[in-house]
Write a protein that binds this ligand. Structure first.
Ligand SMILES: Cc1ncc(COP(=O)(O)O)c(C=O)c1O
Length: 451
């Protein structure tokens, strides 16, 4: 993408900041060198090196919004584990529950009485009657796709170009000049994913009509706002059209709220009155301990119950041993009661609005061709002048060198943003002073880049 920010300015900043990063982090460098022998790519998850820094920061501790690395550098964390720590790192109510309940067993392969309370809380917060637990949002999405296929008898699914729903193979299909193409970066995929996955652009109602018209799609899996390619907002009326067309064609609608739950205590669905057949929520639901949930509408639940009467006994292909555990349930109860409330979200959203305005003002001050978007407690600045309407447009606008330069600049000044794009999340420990520091950080960055 063309940018009035000169390539030379970006390169100069990145080169200098990489050198500064190396200088500031000798202990992380040492850990990185030592870990290289026993871990693929030197890290416990291979994508941890994809942050793009010369080596990963090794984190010593995380509390609230504060991170401290191995070299004793401290950071304000706006990444918050990419929402896993959306309510802060080790929030006290979660730690208290862990200490109290952890002494009485983590996992038993049987339900605990918390299941009754958590089921009621889930119904109360998200307005759906029937729920299941998984260990991750990826697992939840995979499970829901299976239920949808089972009860519709249809094999195909539909996703939006450049979506991300976790490690769910069949969602890794993008449009390449209008043609569905499986993501070549996917490791070890034996199937031709384009056979069972239809992919269209977000906000494209005619394409949706055409794709669902044959009546062969079990479900549409969608984030209500696309959040993994920068942020792409739905057009006015898009969700109404999506719901109407899916209903008319007998296609189930899954809303993946894993990131959009930043919108409010009922997620984007609750804030905007969506009516999904299935709903997925992961990451912070147990305060950052692995857990996710999925829920079904009354109609879908009754179809599943009918289907189950016909199913022979045996392995279902859904569910893992550690899912639905005693400790997950206890933590979920605490998190749902403490944080999934309008009162808890209100200050987060107020602070996010302050951040949104501050960043927008800085962008205007420097006449940068950028803009800011927000979904409740989540703010993102996009390095392009106008809002992309779909994943294809958004992917073209991502300017990796700029993102890298800005991220390095901020990291070296004690601010962590989400890698891969420019997401900033507010948690209960974030303060106005933290937000001001972030705004000033971007101000300094842009002053240098635009000069
Ligand atoms: C929208 C969405 N759904 C699902 C997932 C998968 O979450 P997990 O990696 O916890 O399985 C992600 C991860 O970022 C996501 O962004």
């Amino acid at each position: 993408m063309k940018t009035p920010i000169s390539e030379a300015a970006i390169k100069a900043m990145l080169t200098r900041e990489k050198a500064l990063f190396i200088q500031r982090n000798p202990k992380s460098k040492g850990h990185s060198d030592n870990a290289a022998r026993n871990w693929l790519r030197g890290v416990p998850m291979h994508w941890m090196v994809d942050w793009g820094t010369p080596f990963p920061l090794f984190i010593e501790k995380a509390e609230g919004v504060d991170l401290t690395d191995a070299d004793g550098n401290s950071y304000i964390d706006f990444c918050l584990g990419d929402t896993g720590a959306m309510f802060g790192h080790s929030p006290k109510p979660v730690v208290d529950t862990l200490l109290r309940e952890g002494a009485h067993g983590f996992t038993t392969m049987l339900p605990s009485a918390s299941a009754v309370k958590v089921g009621k809380l889930l119904e109360d917060r998200f307005k759906l009657p029937a729920w299941q637990i998984t260990a991750t949002a990826s697992d939840a999405n995979r499970a829901v796709l299976r239920w949808c296929r089972a009860i519709t008898g249809r094999k195909k699914i539909l996703v939006f170009n450049h979506c991300y729903h976790g490690t769910v193979d069949e969602t890794y299909v993008n449009l390449d000049h209008g043609k569905p193409e499986a993501d070549r970066a996917l490791i070890g995929e034996p199937n031709d994913l384009t056979q069972l996955t239809k992919v269209i652009e977000f906000n494209d109602v005619p394409a949706l009509e055409a794709a669902l018209a044959p009546g062969d799609v079990a479900c549409v899996l969608a984030e209500p706002i696309m959040t993994n390619v920068g942020m792409v907002l739905p057009d006015d009326g898009f969700h109404a059209a999506l719901r109407e067309i899916t209903r008319r064609t007998g296609t189930l609608l899954i809303i993946d709220e894993t990131h959009c739950m930043s919108s409010g205590p009922g997620g984007y669905t609750g804030e905007h009155g969506l009516e999904p057949d299935a709903f997925v929520l992961g990451k912070p639901i147990a305060g950052g301990i692995p857990a996710a949930v999925y829920g079904f509408s009354t109609a879908m639940t009754s179809r599943i119950r009918d289907y189950l009467k016909t199913r022979p006994p045996g392995h279902s292909g859904i569910g893992t041993t550690l899912a639905g555990s005693k400790i997950q349930l206890a933590l979920m109860q605490t998190v749902l009661e403490t944080y999934f409330t309008r009162e808890a979200f209100a200050p987060l959203i107020a602070l996010a609005k302050k951040l949104e305005k501050g960043l927008a003002d800085v962008i205007i001050k420097h006449s940068a061709p950028w803009h800011v978007v927000r979904a409740g407690a989540r703010v993102e600045f996009m390095c392009c002048p106008t809002r992309p309407r779909n994943g294809g447009e958004a992917a073209k606008m991502i300017h990796q060198p700029i993102d890298q330069a800005v991220h390095h600049h901020l990291l070296n000044r004690g601010i962590i943003m989400t890698p891969f794009h420019n997401m900033l999340l507010i948690c209960p420990s974030t303060t106005g002073a933290h937000v001001n520091q972030m705004i000033e950080g971007l101000d300094h960055c842009l002053a240098e880049l635009m000069s």
